[in-house]
Every structure is written in structure tokens, then in C-alpha cells.
Design a protein around this ligand. Structure first.
Ligand code: NAP
Length: 329
């Protein structure tokens, strides 16, 4: 299995390499790819050094799988070229997610949709992934009518430049800016660009991607996405209104038994999910499970996950593992 990691020097790409290594992914050849400025530099994988190659060199090597995390435009331009060379592309950018011919996959929810014909597969937005992992088992049992979500998102979701901005601000250094305002000691109700309807693109991604992944347009979703000066992962306050009533103990046990979820919900002992605890973990953490006392058949949850792991790298690697296991690549 020849695997290209496109964007290997970036935040997601670096975690991708770590996840491939940790999970002992069955690769025989690793092809790290980045922009022209990085070609010739080396990355270390399983104790061995690998030179970073250009996009053209990588395509010429005809990898079986290419894990892309190099931005939307790079993906739009180059994913079809890998596809032409017979490579299956798993893309982390938003470029292909809403293309009706492309599957948008969270393995715990809809890996069964994949077939051998899917040569470009999209990884959803980080905030959407961690939410749908939790929504899916609850939807199967109680049928979700409406979701109201507010996010508290880590600066690592913006990439290397944003982490540098936060660190520079902490040290009083005036450096390059990833955000229009200071992020340290601040909260920005603004992720991605604003759209005509007053929502941000990130908010609309959470709406549309949830419907696509869950294959159910009847689920109403409304989102407010917010950047906070945190590094470990994204947090979400999620209010869910169901068609059918639920029992809180049953909700807890459904979540405990669902794949990829860890319930941390013991307020008597001050246990609840936090980004510091989710950092470098592959699971989605759920807590503060409580009935919404202002509405019938409604539930409040707090969901946390490492956006670079389950929100990006781990989800992509899980898709690749599924393709191999089912012989779809
Ligand atoms: N951060 C997250 O939580 C997250 C989650 C889900 C999806 N994503 C998506 O994943 C992608 C990467 O995000 P990131 O946070 O890792 O960004 P990042 O830290 O800025 O890294 C970007 C990577 O892309 C490479 N790259 C840029 N232009 C390229 C080109 N023309 N050809 C080849 N490689 C190129 C860069 O290489 P150089 O080092 O050579 O510049 C670098 O390796 C984005 O599309 C983002 O939307 C991010």
C-alpha cells in the first residue's frame, strides 16, 4: 500500500503521520508531499527519514491512497490528477464535501456508503464530525427533529499561522495574523467567511454536512461557531429536540455503547469533557448530559474532541483503514 500524505508539513498532515504510525497502518511506501518551498526537506516516520516531494513527483509514483490536507484550492486542482493516476483521494478540505458525486464520510456513521467507485472521498468539517458521531446513535433511537449548536473552537483549526499568532500575542511579539483581531484573551464569533444570510461558512457547513452525512434532510440544524484561544480541541454545546421521548439513563447507556464515544459525565465529582483531556485522543467525549427543562423531548449535551485527530487526521485514516479492510482500494 503506497500512501501519499499531501500537506505533510501542516498541522493536520503532521498529526496524520503520527496517527498512521500509531495505528500501524499497513503502508509499504510513504510519499510526503508539500508546497514547492518544502520540497527536499525531510520528515521522520517510524524512525526513518523521508524526503518531501512535489505534487508531480507524487502523482508519478501512483500511490494507492492520497490523504490530502493542503487547502481547498490545492485539492480542487490536484485531487483529480491523483484520481486519474488510479489513486483514491481522501480529502480534508471543504472543496469536495458538498459535491453530490462525492461521499462525505464519518466511519462510525456512514462508512457503509463507500464503494470501489469512490476515488475522491471527503472528510467532513471538524466541528461536524464530532457532533454527528454523537447524533447518529441518538437519531437511530429517538429521531432528531432539530439541533442547536454553539461551538468553542481551538486555534489549531485554522492551521500553523493561527497557533503562531496566539503564541506571539502571549509573548508580546507583533507577527503575522491569521485572524482579523487578537485571539489571546478574546473570543471571535467568526469562523471562515460571512455569507449573504449573515451566517459564516463554517456555520452553514455544520448544517449542510450534518444532513448529508446522516442522509436525512429533515433534521433541522442551526449553528453559531466561535473561535477561542484554546489549543487542545473543539468544544460544542448541543441542544437536541427529538420526535420521541427519551430516558436519560438510556441516553447515557446508548452513548457509552456507541463506537468512538467516551462518556465523561459525573458532575458530583466535577467530571466533564475538556479540550485539555481530549488533546491527542481519537475519541469524541460527551458529558453534561441533561434534559432541557424548557422544552419537551429535548436534551442538552457538551461534546469535545481533538479537531486535528477525530476532526481531521484520525477520521481520514479510519476511512483509509475501512477501504483496505473492505478491499475497496
Ligand atoms: N486544522 C484543522 O483542524 C482542520 C480540520 C479539518 C480540515 N482541515 C483542512 O486541512 C487543510 C490543512 O489544514 P492545516 O490546519 O494542516 O493547515 P496548515 O498547517 O497551514 O498546513 C497546510 C499544508 O498544506 C501544504 N500546502 C499548501 N499549499 C500547497 C500546494 N500548493 N501544494 C502542496 N502542498 C501545499 C503546506 O505545505 P508547506 O509547509 O510547504 O507550505 C502544509 O503542509 C485545510 O484544507 C483545512 O481546511 C483542517
Amino acid at each position: 500500500m503506497k500512501v501519499a500524505v499531501v500537506g505533510a508539513t501542516g498541522l493536520v498532515g503532521t498529526v496524520m503521520l503520527k496517527v498512521l504510525e500509531e495505528r500501524n497502518f499497513p503502508l509499504t511506501e510513504l510519499i510526503p508531499v508539500a508546497s514547492e518551498k518544502s520540497v527536499g526537506k525531510e520528515i521522520t516516520f517510524k524512525g526513518k527519514k523521508f524526503p518531501i516531494v512535489s505534487m508531480d513527483t507524487a502523482i508519478g509514483m501512483r500511490p494507492d491512497i492520497a490523504l490530502f490536507s493542503a487547502g481547498g484550492n490545492t485539492s480542487l486542482e490536484h485531487a483529480p490528477r491523483f484520481k486519474e493516476a488510479g489513486t483514491t483521494v481522501i480529502d480534508n478540505s471543504s472543496a469536495w464535501r458538498m459535491d453530490p458525486t462525492v461521499k462525505l464520510i464519518v466511519p462510525e456513521v456512514n462508512a457503509h456508503e463507500l464503494s470501489i467507485d469512490n476515488k475522491i472521498i471527503a472528510n467532513p468539517n471538524c466541528s461536524t464530525i464530532q457532533m454527528v458521531v454523537v447524533l447518529k446513535p441518538l437519531h437511530d433511537k429517538y429521531k432528531i427533529k432539530r439541533v442547536v449548536v454553539s461551538t468553542y473552537q481551538s486555534v489549531t483549526g485554522t492551521g500553523v499561522k493561527a497557533v503562531e499568532q496566539l503564541m506571539n500575542e502571549r509573548k508580546g511579539i507583533d507577527g503575522p495574523k491569521a485572524y482579523p483581531y487578537e485571539i489571546d484573551l478574546n473570543v471571535l464569533p467568526h469562523i471562515d467567511v460571512f455569507m449573504e444570510n449573515g451566517y459564516t461558512k463554517e456555520e452553514m457547513k455544520m448544517v449542510k454536512e450534518t444532513n448529508k452525512i446522516m442522509s436525512d434532510d429533515s433534521i433541522k440544524v442551526t449553528a453559531t461557531t466561535v473561535r477561542i484561544p484554546v489549543m487542545g480541541g473543539h468544544s460544542e454545546s448541543v441542544n437536541i429536540e427529538f420526535e420521541n421521548d427519551f430516558d436519560l439513563a438510556e441516553v447515557r447507556s446508548i452513548l457509552e455503547e456507541s463506537p468512538g464515544i467516551i462518556v465523561v459525565d459525573d458532575v458530583a465529582n466535577l467530571k466533564y469533557p475538556m479540550p485539555k483531556d481530549a488533546h491527542e485522543k481519537d475519541e469524541v467525549f460527551v458529558g453534561r448530559i441533561r434534559r432541557d427543562e424548557s422544552a419537551p423531548k429535548a436534551l442538552n449535551l457538551w461534546i469535545v474532541a481533538d479537531n486535528l485527530r477525530k476532526g481531521a487526521a484520525t477520521n481520514a485514516v479510519q476511512i483509509a483503514e475501512y477501504l483496505i479492510q473492505k478491499e475497496l482500494v
